[in-house]
Design a protein around this ligand. Structure first.
Ligand code: CAA
Length: 240
């Protein structure tokens, strides 16, 4: 078996495409999920990828999840922090709970997962951490102060941790997807989405597989000189 890779939120949407691309390239993938165990079993049966259920916003659950994966597959070489949620609404309508849920799930999870794997990566002098940010963390987005703050935080987290990992051959990079044809984007009101897509030079939503290609590039054994970078994959919507 190849290197061990954890993909958080790895059974649906962009995460699913990442899990499948890594699996097809010979990585030993552990796909984390938070929700529906029945759907996860179906995913495992279809793909041959093992799944692990825990809430990435929960620090202790992340430690326990990583411990279980290490016991079953061996030390973790790669983490893709992909799990994320939206709780959109203008600031005036947003509740403190909507703020906390998005910050804890999208950004807190990056700390929780990195904390769980970093000591072993340092010891073994190999690690690849890829954090999934967002165009909306780079450019902001009406109705998303929580999500934009969390994703922007991911970009800062990435650059800081890249500096700490560099001397141990641990690279830390981010991908900033644009609007991708997943359930998350399908939840945006149709009239709003139409206006957003009209501003994408490529003229369409992206596909999850187009993000997975970026992950494969960043986690490669020989991607040793790429760290602290943000790869924007957004159809030209925001050139940053
Ligand atoms: N800029 C300026 N004004 C805007 C605006 C914008 N981008 N969007 C809406 N407004 C204005 C509207 O014109 C409207 O003004 P009037 O009252 O004067 O007509 C006012 O704001 C209220 O707009 P809505 O009717 O849309 O308000 P709402 O409360 O019903 O909904 C919202 C607000 C929930 C934020 C809704 O607009 C929405 O869902 N927007 C999409 C947010 C979005 O893009 N989310 C991305 C999700 S996918 C994702 O996050 C993945 C990723 O990484 C890319």
């Amino acid at each position: 078996m190849g290197r061990v890779a954890i993909v958080t939120g790895g059974t649906r949407g962009i995460g699913r495409a990442i899990s499948e691309a890594l699996h097809a390239s010979g990585y030993d993938v552990a796909a984390n999920y938070a929700g529906n165990s029945e759907a996860a079993s179906k995913f495992s049966a279809e793909t041959g990828i093992s799944t692990y259920k825990w809430d990435v916003a929960d620090y202790d659950a992340c430690q326990a999840g990583v411990d279980q994966i290490v016991a079953e597959k061996g030390p973790v070489d790669i983490v893709v922090n992909n799990a994320g949620i939206t709780r959109d609404g203008t600031l005036m309508r947003m509740t403190r709970q909507q703020w906390d849920e998005v910050i804890d799930t999208n950004l807190g999870s990056c700390f929780n997962m990195a904390h769980a794997v970093f000591p072993s990566m340092r010891e073994r002098e190999f690690g690849r951490i890829v954090n999934i940010g967002s165009i909306n963390g780079q450019a902001g987005q009406y109705g998303q102060v929580n999500y934009a703050a969390a994703k922007s935080g991911i970009h800062g987290f990435t650059k800081a941790l890249a500096q700490e990992g560099a001397r141990y051959n641990i690279t830390v990079n981010a991908i900033a997807p644009g609007y991708i044809d997943t359930d998350m984007v399908a939840a945006v009101p149709a009239n709003v989405l139409e206006k957003i897509v009209a501003k994408v030079p490529v003229g369409r939503l992206g596909h999850a597989e187009e993000i997975a290609r970026g992950v494969l590039f960043l986690v490669a054994d020989n991607a040793t000189f790429v760290t602290g970078s943000t790869v924007s994959i957004n159809g030209g919507q925001h050139m940053y």
